[in-house]
Design a protein around this ligand. Structure first.
Ligand SMILES: C[S@@+](CC[C@H](N)C(=O)[O-])C[C@H]1O[C@@H](n2cnc3c(N)ncnc32)[C@H](O)[C@@H]1O
Length: 378
């Protein structure tokens, strides 16, 4: 049985759910990135004194598996050359092959197994945010860009919410479904290159879950700035590689400390940092690119069934399921190819991470952050 916390905790969920509720950058809290240290400003999530654990908490009916459609590799606007479909293979997993490995180094697989994790992650984030897809104060956006759209779930949901808005999702890999709302389209594009979109074109540009993807985030943000209309908004939601707890249930020396270290070292070696939310780095880059009124907030996504609140318990179950299925894919390339571990060593490490994710006594959570800002009118 999991221990309940002795500290009184609020029943309310941890994330700020509106721009107004989120802390201004100037009052930004301490960084969430110190391994083993709780994220200071988000309320502690109440603990269920007697959670029921299922070996596999979800069955397939609970999970949106739309990304399987992506295997048909059909896009609305891009004509796909055969080389793009010749994915790189590593230990039975496939990775993108866009312009050759020396040009773009995207570290996660693009196969159905990993794409399912993206879909589950989209589901748990929208659950955590009470179906909110963004924090920026948007009013009737007409043209929106989703950079690194993945399986396109965010873009599709956004297009459904704003039927009068034209939503474009771009990605390196053709992993998006073909059945999409009429106001949503997907294109193959490498966002690390100068963008082909015109100046002053979009009302809103969105990034999510893009850590480790770019060598030069400030340059990417500058392209977004150029392509946004005056008064348009940029928003970036991403995670850290931390797994933390607030109540001391997670010891200081768990496998998650090594997990964080692996991403730090791999990011440094690739020159593509995973520390985007950490230390509010993205806030600084957004301001440097010229965005005004930049705000940011942090969101805790629990791992496992330990939260007392039914919503956070569900988020925790989806998160545990997603991570258990996803950590091997997340670690495979960076641990073996970038850091040079042997495949067997990587497997042992991943097994330990999975055991940590299953530990019922650890009230652990992942850390997500969102930052948004506006291109000035003048
Ligand atoms: C972790 S996934 C996140 C997908 C989606 N944004 C989400 O939240 O589910 C990162 C995505 O970024 C894409 N990506 C990585 N580098 C990119 C680049 N240089 N240009 C465009 N897309 C890129 C990958 O192909 C992958 O689909």
């Amino acid at each position: 049985m999991a221990e309940s916390t002795s500290t009184p905790v609020p029943a309310s969920p941890p994330p700020a759910t509106s721009a107004e509720a989120a802390p201004a950058t100037a009052a930004a809290p301490a960084s969430p990135t110190t391994a083993g240290q709780p994220v200071a400003e988000s309320p502690q999530i109440a603990v269920d004194a007697d959670p029921i654990y299922h070996p596999r908490p979800l069955d397939n009916d609970d999970v949106d598996n739309d990304s399987s459609l992506g295997s048909e590799n059909a896009l609305s606007t891009a004509s796909i050359s055969s080389s793009i479909l010749q994915f790189r293979k590593l230990h039975g997993r496939t990775f993108h092959n866009f312009g050759g490995a020396d040009k773009v180094e995207y570290w996660a697989p693009n196969d159905d197994a990993q794409n399912d994790q993206l879909d589950i992650n989209h589901h748990l984030l929208t659950l955590a945010l009470d179906n909110k897809l963004f924090f920026a104060p948007l009013s009737s956006p007409k043209r929106v860009l989703d950079v690194g759209t993945g399986t396109g779930m965010w873009a599709i949901d956004f297009a459904d919410e704003f039927p009068d808005c034209e939503v474009t999702g771009i990605d390196l890999s053709p992993i998006q479904p073909t059945w999409v709302p009429p106001n949503c389209k997907f294109e193959l594009d490498d966002a690390s290159q100068p963008w082909t979109f015109p100046d002053n074109h979009f009302d809103y540009i969105h990034f999510r879950y893009m850590i480790g993807c770019f060598k030069d985030w400030p340059a990417v943000y500058r392209e977004a700035y150029r392509c946004l209309k005056p008064g348009g908004w940029i928003e970036h939601m991403d995670c850290t590689a931390d797994v933390l707890s607030d109540d001391g249930s997670l010891p200081q020396d768990t496998v998650f400390v090594e997990w964080k270290k692996v991403f730090k070292e791999a990011g440094d070696k690739m020159g593509q940092t995973f520390e985007v939310v950490d230390n509010d780095n993205y806030v600084g880059w957004l301001k440097d690119a010229g965005f005004m009124g930049v705000k940011n907030t942090l969101i805790k996504t629990p791992v496992g069934s330990w939260p007392a609140d039914p919503k956070w318990k569900a988020v925790g179950q989806f998160n545990q399921y997603m991570l258990e299925g996803g950590v091997e894919g997340l670690g495979l390339y960076i641990i073996t190819n970038v850091l040079g571990w042997k495949y067997d060593e990587m497997q042992v490490f991943i097994s330990k991470v999975k055991a940590g994710l299953r530990n019922k006594n650890w009230h652990s959570y992942c850390v997500w952050g969102a930052a948004w800002g506006q291109k000035p009118y003048e």
